[in-house]
Design a protein around this ligand. Structure first.
Ligand code: GLU
Length: 585
């Protein structure tokens, strides 16, 4: 039987689904997929030549240019340049970096910019800068001056690799495992509507794939008419096929095999993610594709694509997505809803990169926390990740946990280092605050370091931006602002008593006293104003209030706030001059 008669035979089968009793009987179309290729080799060659006349490179050229690498592990981070670096991207690239470098391998960056709707100008900058900020060592990619490529397996942006995809698509077309499809938007929409009505999986497949088994004359006519077209994969299996795929983290998984004739090249000749993945990870000699679990269902298709190209596929590791608890439910960290999905958020808020790295490493590898505790002086980049210890289900991203890691780090910093770090941060993220810190450097230094590195350190700063609240109590300008909304004075203290106490205390305050002497003095000092030194004295009667009321009055007078750092330290940080000025206001 010639190939043409196969075509007819296949067509009859699609119209009269007699072979497959398991298919829904009421289905008006055959759900079986014809895998026989009907076009002759000669026809296919001719069609390829009209479709892609300008591709001069060959697969051999490419294979010679990009020979197998010597390293046994090659990983990549492959983000789209959306102008936004998701914290999940840092998480993934940390994992990719370690898995490569801990084995003496290579970690490269590939920019997946084939979806021009999403691409934005500073997208590459955002990614490269973000990775640099986290000290992620990238060996190859657009990491040279002006984002020029470094490495021998480039170009590293997919938009510069279009010819490579065409080389492979040409081969697939010749083999008959890809075909041009001229379906219009309206036709595709009609198919979707029909499929929805029939409760079928939407997509172009089987009998819905109008051009899958079109004959050469039809195709050549459509090309001659210059009709817009995509190149589709000719899915090699039928609807009920199953496939076992292996993931390094999850082991063997049996899934429905792919039966969709997915688009390989879009109308503009640019590849889809799926096809670019197969071509790029082959030519760039990736050994481990480590990516988000959202790609897990695409594995059968990707296996098919590697088989179609006829090369060994890389190993796959699908990492659990970062989740957050929202209203009691877990959901993926969302670019739209969660400011913390954007790594920029962590810089703005003043988290240390080491804290975020440690935190993400804890999520990535259940052995990290104990290792880090035993090796506090070492960094994530000294650690050997183990894929078996990665979480398989959604990994919870918990800001509270990150805060506590960051708080410990900030609290352990020396005073000078901490003050310098805060100023650096403010210069970028809070210019007004930085200006005040530079205007009052000593005051800023004292105010920042109140109670720090002491036994009683309440560790007030989870992130550098928390310094704003504390510093605003101290700088004269911000204090003026706070005074506009100062809290009410304690009600039990008459205004004249308060005023007398404050002006007398402005005279009496002695910064040379140590904390115990100072407090003992305050207790004595308050008595003539009607304030008991202890609760017992107060209960005995004859007092307006107790020393605690005086402390509150001082806090409000000095800082326009009921909650200040330790009062003794606050007084010292303000200094006699400013204490006097504020108490006299
Ligand atoms: N560009 C894809 C993404 O943004 C890359 C996935 C992969 O690593 O293969 O998720």
């Amino acid at each position: 039987m010639g190939e043409k008669s196969h075509a007819l035979y296949g067509w009859i089968f699609r119209v009269f689904p007699i072979r497959f009793p398991a298919l829904p009987e009421e289905s008006p179309v055959s759900l079986e997929i014809e895998t026989m290729i009907y076009l002759t080799q000669e026809e296919r060659d001719r069609i390829v030549q009209t479709l892609l006349p300008n591709v001069t490179l060959t697969r051999n050229d490419l294979e010679a240019k990009f020979p197998p690498r010597k390293e046994s592990v090659v990983t990549r981070f492959a983000p789209s340049p959306t102008g936004y670096l998701h914290v999940g991207g840092i998480y993934m690239s940390m994992i990719c970096e370690r898995i490569a470098h801990q084995a003496g391998g290579t970690f490269f960056l590939r920019i997946e910019d084939t979806d021009d709707k999403r691409e934005i100008d500073d997208g590459v900058w955002t990614i490269v800068r973000g990775m640099k900020k986290f000290d992620l060592r990238v060996d190859e990619g657009p990491i040279g001056p002006n984002f020029s490529d470094v490495g021998n397996y480039g170009p590293y942006a997919q938009s510069d690799r279009v010819e490579f995809y065409h080389v492979f698509v040409k081969e697939l077309l010749k083999k008959g495992v890809a075909y041009p499809c001229f379906m219009t938007e309206e036709e595709l929409e009609a198919v979707r509507t029909e499929q929805t009505a029939m409760k079928l999986v939407p997509g172009v497949y089987g009998a819905f794939a109008k051009w899958r088994d079109a004959d050469a004359a039809e195709i050549e006519k459509a090309i001659a008419e210059n009709r817009p077209r995509v190149i589709r994969f000719r899915a090699p299996v039928g609807l009920r096929a199953r496939r076992t795929v292996f993931d390094e983290l999850r082991g063997n998984m049996e899934m429905d095999d792919n039966y969709l004739d997915v688009v390989l090249l879009k109308k503009n000749g640019v590849p889809t993610y799926h096809f670019a993945h197969a071509v790029d990870d082959y030519l760039m000699r990736t050994t481990h594709v480590i990516r988000a679990e959202e790609w897990l269902p695409s594995m059968p298709l990707h296996f098919q694509l590697f088989e179609a190209i006829g090369v060994e596929r890389p190993k796959y590791v699908h990492c659990a997505a970062l989740l957050k608890i929202d209203g009691g439910n877990k959901r993926k960290l969302s670019k739209r809803k969660d400011p913390e999905a954007n790594v920029e958020f962590f810089f703005e808020q003043g988290y240390l990169k080491e804290s975020l790295i440690d935190y993400l490493a804890n999520i990535a590898d259940s052995g990290y926390e104990a290792w880090k505790a035993a090796n506090p002086e070492k960094s994530f980049f000294d650690y050997e990740l183990q894929i078996e210890r990665f979480p398989k289900a959604g990994a919870l991203f918990d800001m509270g946990k990150l805060d506590s890691i960051n708080k410990e780090r900030l609290s352990a910093m020396g005073k000078e280092d901490f003050a310098a770090l805060c100023l650096d941060w403010a210069k970028t993220y809070d210019r007004d605050l930085a200006a005040l810190m530079e205007k009052y450097p000593d005051l800023a230094f004292r105010a920042l370091n109140i109670e720090r590195l002491s036994e009683k350190d309440p560790k007030r700063f989870s992130k550098i931006s928390d310094i704003r609240a504390q510093l605003s109590l101290f700088f004269p300008e911000t204090f003026e602002e706070l005074r506009k909304n100062a809290p009410a004075w304690p009600e039990n203290v008459p205004a004249d008593v308060r005023a007398k106490f404050l002006s007398a205390y402005a005279e009496a305050y002695d910064p040379t006293m140590d904390k115990d002497a100072w407090f003992a003095h305050l207790k004595e000092f308050g008595k003539p104003f009607g304030f008991a030194a202890t609760g017992d004295e107060f209960k005995a009667g004859g007092y307006i209030g107790r020393v605690g009321d005086l402390a509150m009055i001082l806090r409000i007078a000095l800082c326009a706030s009921k909650s200040t750092p330790d009062l003794y330290e606050t007084l010292l940080a303000l200094g006699v001059g400013e204490v006097g000025r504020r108490l006299a206001m």
